[in-house]
Design a protein around this ligand. Structure first.
Ligand code: NAD
Length: 451
């Protein structure tokens, strides 16, 4: 296997030779990516089943389907995205033409986590390739089967000087980070995000950090409770809660709490069956370490629903915890599993003030019918992105940027935002030689009209 230094040197030479620049090459690489996924679909379904027991429905909707949409979207819009954008100019710049070029950074590094191990490794790669970069992907060592198939697919499809996969653990990341990359795109925990940013600073490499946090779902007194219940249960228990934008906890108006929880219990049974641990399509926890971490939360508050687990299958039932306080351990860290604590409020204003005093989450969801309140909640609180009357559906719209703010990350991607993230926006002013306005030179007079 090649050493990081050699990998990066090969990619940089390939990049500097101009091999990634033109439109038709980039489009070809994106088409190849889609074909690669099609060719390996069976192996991909198998790998995700091994790593997380993902059902074929979830693999299709949250991994493959998501990637196909992103690739098609990029292919359809690439020519437009690559076009320089015209820019206006003030009177002081009379005679000039101004535009913004989109330039690839060069050699990029993508580091991804285990929870959507295919999607989170390849979705940024779509943007990187579309923007004309070379790519090194370091997938998570926890989703071993998917990482191996990812490495095999890419090796059999691409010149490693354009895109390659390096498997391994954090030591491999540390070795990679000694190299000079031109862009680093990291998805993972806030803790590791800090390490990545620190290391990137050694080479002044720009970073995107897609991190996590505790994303609340708020249900107000005038919410459509039946729909809220269904959409919350879907958002929380998809992938057994191992989703960066899953509602971490429920914050519900006291008046509708009883009705909502009743409807939610019904929805759990309807979507996952009466015995979710025996449901062959219910995702398991990634490994023993996370299973043990999550099980400790089951002693917090009281179990309103679920609470059973199977250590052999690494499965924990969809669980709702009542009588939770902000001080409980389950409220001190991102849960990242199928456990939903419930907290209540009496006035939405108080709820907003409470949330304002917490770290900015990656997502926030508000259920309620009053449009003024919807708008106020969206305006007053800071979070990466979110939905009104839904949970994480916003991330599947390629027209919306996806990313965090504050502790939940920096930078965005998806659709055109991925292309922009992996492009340097280069400003160009083209000056006229037909005349030369004198006012900027020493002794020149500034007339009212130009200042
Ligand atoms: P993680 O930070 O532990 O690992 C992510 C990647 O970093 C892996 O490839 C891993 O090998 C590497 N890594 C781990 N420790 C490292 C270290 N000390 N030095 C260098 N590299 C290291 O995250 P995870 O457990 O794989 O994923 C869960 C986290 O990711 C959660 O916090 C979740 O919210 C977040 N996440 C965010 C998004 C998003 O889009 N914002 C998406 C999925 C997951």
């Amino acid at each position: 296997m090649k050493q990081p230094e050699e990998i990066v040197n090969d990619q940089r030479a390939f990049f500097l030779n101009g091999n990634t620049f033109d439109y038709s090459t980039r489009k070809e690489q994106l088409k190849k990516l889609k074909q690669m996924l099609k060719n390996y679909e069976t192996e991909i379904y198998q790998a995700l089943k091994i790593d997380l027991n993902k059902s074929s429905h979830e693999t299709l909707t949250t991994e493959l389907g998501f990637l196909y949409t992103e690739i098609d979207f990029a292919i359809r819009n690439l020519a437009d995205w690559m076009e320089p954008n015209k820019a206006a100019a003030p009177m002081t710049h009379k005679g000039t033409k101004n535009y913004i070029m989109k330039e690839p950074y060069g050699v990029t590094l993508i580091i991804s986590p285990w929870n959507y191990p295919l999607q989170l490794a390849l979705a940024p790669a779509i943007g990187a390739l579309a923007a004309g970069n070379c790519v090194v992907i370091k997938p998570s060592e926890y989703a071993k089967a998917t990482s191996l198939i990812l490495e095999e697919m890419i090796r059999n499809t691409y010149d490693p000087s354009l895109i390659t996969v390096v498997t391994g653990d954090k030591e491999v990341v540390q070795d990679l980070l000694k190299q000079r990359f031109d862009y680093i795109f990291f998805t993972g925990s806030s803790e590791v995000g800090k390490i990545i940013m620190r290391e990137a600073s050694n080479h002044l490499t720009p970073v995107t950090l897609e991190l996590g946090g505790k994303s609340p779902v708020i249900v107000d007194e005038d919410a459509n409770v039946g729909l809220a219940a269904k959409r919350i249960i879907w958002g929380k228990f998809t992938n057994a809660g191992q989703t960066c934008v899953a509602p971490d906890y429920l914050y519900v108006h006291d008046k509708v709490k009883f009705k909502l929880l009743k409807a939610m219990k019904k929805q759990v049974k309807s979507l996952y069956g009466k015995q979710p641990l025996k449901n062959g399509d219910y995702t398991h926890i990634i490994n023993q370490k996370h299973f043990d971490r999550l099980k400790q939360f089951l002693t917090n508050g009281t179990i309103l629903h679920g609470g059973e687990s199977d250590s052999e299958l690494l499965k924990i039932e969809p669980t709702i915890l009542d009588k939770i306080s902000w001080k409980d351990p389950v409220m001190q860290e991102e849960i990242f599993g199928p456990i939903l604590p419930v907290l209540t409020f009496n006035h939405i204003e108080d709820a907003v003030i409470t949330l304002k005093n917490h770290e900015k989450p990656l997502a926030l969801y508000y259920f309620g019918e009053n449009e003024k309140t919807q708008q106020q909640v969206m305006e007053y609180l800071s979070f990466g992105g979110g939905s009104i009357n839904d949970t994480f559906y916003h991330l599947a719209n390629p027209y919306l940027p996806f990313g965090g703010v504050g502790a939940s990350g920096m930078g965005t991607y998806h659709g055109k935002y991925s292309f922009d993230t992996f492009s340097h926006h280069k400003s160009i002013l083209k000056q006229t030689t037909k005349f030369d306005l004198p006012f900027r030179y020493p002794g020149g007079k500034l007339s009212q009209s130009v200042v």
